[in-house]
Design a protein around this ligand. Sequence first.
Ligand SMILES: *Cc1c(COP(=O)(O)O)cnc(C)c1O
Length: 249
Amino acid sequence: MSIKENLELVKQNIASAAIKAGKKPEDIVLVMATKTVDTERIRDAVRAGGRIIGENKIQEALKKYEVLKDEDAEWHFIGHLQTNKVKDVLKFADMIHSVDRLSLVEKLDQRLQDEGRSMDILIQVNTSHEESKYGISPEEAINLVRQTAKYNTLKIYGLMTIGLFTKDEVKIRKCFKVLKEIHDNVIKEGIDKVQMKYLSMGMSGDYQIAIEEGANMVRIGTAIFGARNTPDAYYWPSEKTDADRAKQP
Ligand SMILES: *Cc1c(COP(=O)(O)O)cnc(C)c1O
């Protein structure tokens, strides 16, 4: 199947899951996870209606951005962000999904102050309790939101998580429920300047479940572009490879 056909199928699945969850299809934002995908294929996907490009590695993203910056697309950074890459992420990103520690918040704020601007961010939470995954623990998440909200340069728009890689749907759902609960608690607390607009959760193997559990931003790679050759361990530290992961239902 072509990228265009895959994209259409994903959008149809998103629409059915949205309706099932009592939402409108257009309420769900699709971020295309484009790691390892070459620029021409990304261009095809953007022209076929994929509006948001999500990249994991700064160097890879910068190279692609040089080639594709004139395309009508938004750029999201969805990978682990090292503190020494803050300057570079600001060169292309419209939103950062992976803010997970105060030291990173401080660095981002310094640099944004220097540049006299702000950045849209999500707080990444490790809901699967896997050592190998990044993200703040669920217990500490609301406190990080409170702390981060004090920095005027950072606009908090929601939360992000990567669900557990397993075929056990109950365990996957649990991760998404944890994120939704934190989201609801943040709203309840009414933290100044924080807008809980997005719940970024769900990938090729689990986005329908994520939407049922309240996701309104999904990050999808394989289901649009096909399987990757590079193991995901290169992109985030995990012993699991693509082969271990639940495929699109
Ligand atoms: C690769 C990646 C995705 C998408 O994964 P697929 O299973 O290929 O859909 C989503 N989120 C993050 C953070 C990723 O690195």
